[in-house]
Design a binder for this molecule. Structure first.
Ligand SMILES: C[S@@+](CC[C@H](N)C(=O)[O-])C[C@H]1O[C@@H](n2cnc3c(N)ncnc32)[C@H](O)[C@@H]1O
Length: 342
């Protein structure tokens, strides 16, 4: 739980927070941090590099300085990227993360949240999209979303592969697997592993490119379709659902857990990675915020903690149920095993 607020400035910090988000997205869209990294360090050079007039650019630069995304070299004059900016927001940097913010947060989640009031009221006519899966029917939107997701998922996928040992597994089912960030990472880690990714057709099209790029076409099967209605292949050693339970309706969660149980071979492992509230549901703020994102998309969306999911998982017969923090303040991973003898 966060500390109780005592000052109006703390409330203002919340109310005006979107201004900071937009300053960051605008800078990313201009590739401003990349230009600074390339040596364009004053207003004149940055105006030439971005095509933004100095009077307007200086307003953005002031905001970026105030947020600590930029610093002034030797106290005055030239602009420089702050250490975290240099690591994560300069295109081409090893840990570059900017496209995730640009394509998923700025272009999709930010405008979707304009429909939060409608979502809360259950006003189906004014949700962010005509239907939850419908927006992914647009190939361009699906591609933008999925590429951004790929950029966002590669890091957590490596963390998961470090923590969850699939060396004895041969078949992984990656349900709502998106572009295959997890399947690709696990298959690279374990030479004997094969994977099947189920996702909507336009997303699977994007996954095809990443799987080919990784030379894993022989080991990763792509199954286009709605995972809530399509049959899942059986005999799996592991079933992974990453960011899927948060994206479905409350009633669908039981259905998905039942499908996972059926798809797993005895002894097989269930892996649920998702946004998760603390067990007392009073935070963390980032996880709580992520659950809000689904309300403008579907009126049956729910939020959950690991403490709430674990009994549902146990109810399907799973044992050895454990949870651990994955992305601090945002996600957890729950692992469970289908007993070797039912
Ligand atoms: C936030 S992305 C996560 C993708 C991937 N699991 C990862 O962690 O990188 C959620 C994914 O769920 C997929 N999805 C949502 N509802 C689905 C459904 N009913 N059937 C199949 N895929 C679905 C979306 O297309 C999207 O690729």
């Amino acid at each position: 739980m966060s500390e109780a607020l005592t000052d109006v400035r703390q409330i203002s910090g919340i109310a005006y927070g979107f201004m900071a988000s937009k300053a960051l997205f605008a800078a990313l869209n201009l590739e401003l941090f990349g230009h600074i990294d390339n040596g364009a360090c004053d207003t004149k050079a940055l105006a030439a590099a971005t095509g933004v007039a100095p009077n307007r650019l200086e307003t953005l630069l002031a905001s970026l300085l105030s947020l600590g995304l930029l610093v002034r070299e030797s106290g005055a004059g030239d602009y420089a990227n702050a250490p975290a900016t240099a690591t994560y927001l300069v295109p081409g940097a090893k840990a570059y993360f900017g496209d995730y913010y640009r394509f998923q947060i700025d272009r999709q989640i930010y405008p979707d949240l304009m429909h939060l009031d409608a979502g809360l009221k259950g006003d189906e006519d004014n949700l962010a999209h005509d239907s939850f899966s419908g927006w992914l029917d647009d190939p361009q939107l699906a591609a933008d979303f999925s590429r951004a997701q790929h950029a966002g998922s590669l890091g957590p996928a490596m963390m998961m592969a470090d923590r969850i040992d699939l060396s004895a597994s041969r078949r992984l089912l990656d349900v709502a697997g998106g572009t295959g960030a997890y399947s690709i990472t696990f298959c690279r880690r374990h030479a004997d592993l094969t994977a099947t990714i189920i996702d909507f057709p336009n997303v699977v099209e994007v996954a095809k490119g990443y799987v080919a790029e990784a030379n894993l076409e022989e080991r990763i099967t792509l199954q286009p379709g709605d995972a809530l209605s399509e049959p899942w292949p059986g005999g799996q050693d592991a079933v992974l659902m990453s960011y899927f339970l948060s994206a479905v309706g409350g009633a669908d969660i039981e259905d998905l857990l039942g499908r996972a149980w059926k798809a797993l071979a005895p002894g097989g492992q269930l892996i649920v990675h998702d946004f998760m509230l603390d067990d007392d549901r009073a935070g963390p703020a980032a996880a709580a915020g992520w659950f809000l994102v689904y309300l403008p998309l579907r009126t049956d969306a729910v939020s959950f903690s690991a403490a709430e999911l674990k009994p549902l998982i146990a109810g399907h017969g799973f044992a050895e149920i454990q949870d651990a923090v994955m992305i601090p303040e945002i996600t957890k991973v729950i692992t469970a095993r289908k007993p070797a003898v039912e």
